[in-house]
Design a protein around this ligand. Structure first.
Ligand code: C2E
Ligand code: MG
Ligand code: MG
Ligand code: MG
Length: 287
């Protein structure tokens, strides 16, 4: 049966492939258009101090509402931008927009911006960052660049030299999604990150899988030994928050404190973050 259908099946498969490739081409050209039209949006997710719960900054996360297809997840269009090289234009836009926005906030608030591996293949990345800081007036120590270890392992020597130059300006570097890649410890040893972000897959398992607590404690202890800050991602419940606070986790981020939203939704916290604690989790703590 399978043999008899062999040729036909192949044709259907090939047609599917064509359709998929065609769909990608269309999506790519729509994304190019969205960039040209300045039609992407930046959302901002709060990051809070682990002990006090006070707002310390926001992570900028890019969003695209396609005119026909609606919301496209970043996992889809950032990946597409990576593959097609559009990430350079996209990444420049995100960086500029996030710095411009953050320059208007209280000076204690930082902004975290994600960088893609492809952005590291352009040797002028540090100059781009420096120019954006100069143009927006954002103090370099208020900018945190989040990189995953895929950035580092592609071309370790080159990535490290770029990261060192960025650090030389006073910009902070965070290792994103820590614990998910196989080279984590080697990359930590090779480059002095300011922070590591514990991947939310571990945080999600707290209270579910006892191993998760062991791993999270180990990462926190590693952070203390290496003098790196630790941020827990994906904190959704007060039980997770309590565990992390008891273990002296430096900073937290997750739906418990706020989802990624347009910055206007957080407007009342931007001037006086010390008063943000009640707003971010007062209601929940009382509930
Ligand atoms: P990431 O940098 O690790 O960002 C954290 C992701 O976790 C975000 O997904 C955020 O919405 C989600 N998240 C935060 N808290 C929670 C929580 O409590 N529960 C759950 N379930 N999820 C939570 P998002 O916005 O879909 O972004 C996915 C990834 O896309 C990011 O992962 C980042 O790698 C990439 N990305 C997003 N924006 C940009 C960008 O501007 N540039 C680049 N290069 N990559 C970006
Ligand atoms: Mg990130
Ligand atoms: Mg992450
Ligand atoms: Mg992630």
């Amino acid at each position: 049966r399978a043999k008899a259908e062999g040729r036909g099946t192949y044709r259907v498969f090939a047609a599917d492939m064509d359709e998929e490739a065609e769909e990608r081409r269309v999506l790519e050209s729509d994304l190019r258009q969205a960039l040209a039209d300045n039609a992407l949006n930046l959302y901002y997710q709060p990051q809070v101090d682990g002990a006090s719960g006070v707002l310390v900054g926001f992570e900028a996360l890019v969003r695209w509402t396609h005119p026909v297809r609606g919301e496209i997840p970043p996992s889809v269009f950032v990946a597409l931008a990576e593959e097609t090289g559009l990430i350079i234009t996209l990444g420049d836009w995100v960086l500029r927009e996030a710095c411009r926005e953050a320059a208007t906030w209280a000076p204690s608030l930082k902004v975290a911006v994600n960088l893609s591996p492809r952005q590291f293949q352009k040797p002028d990345l540090p100059e781009t960052v420096l120019a954006v800081l100069a143009q927006t007036g954002l103090s370099p120590d208020r900018l945190e660049l989040e990189v995953t270890e895929s950035v580092i392992i592609n071309d370790m020597a080159r990535a490290i030299s770029i990261l060192r130059r960025l650090k030389g300006f006073g910009v902070r570097i965070s290792m994103d999604d820590f614990g998910t890649g196989y080279a984590s410890l080697a990359t930590l040893q090779a480059f002095p990150f300011d922070k590591m972000k514990i991947d939310r897959s571990f945080v999600a398992q707290l209270g579910v899988d006892p191993q998760a607590a062991v791993i999270v404690r180990a990462v926190l202890s590693l952070g203390r030994s290496l003098r790196m800050g630790v941020v827990a991602e994906g904190v959704e419940t007060s039980a997770q928050r309590r565990f992390l606070a008891d273990e002296a986790c430096g900073e937290m981020q997750g739906y418990l404190f706020g989802k990624p939203r347009p910055i206007g939704d957080y407007a009342e916290m931007l001037c006086c973050p010390d008063e943000s604690e009640e707003r971010l989790h007062g209601a929940r703590a009382r509930a």
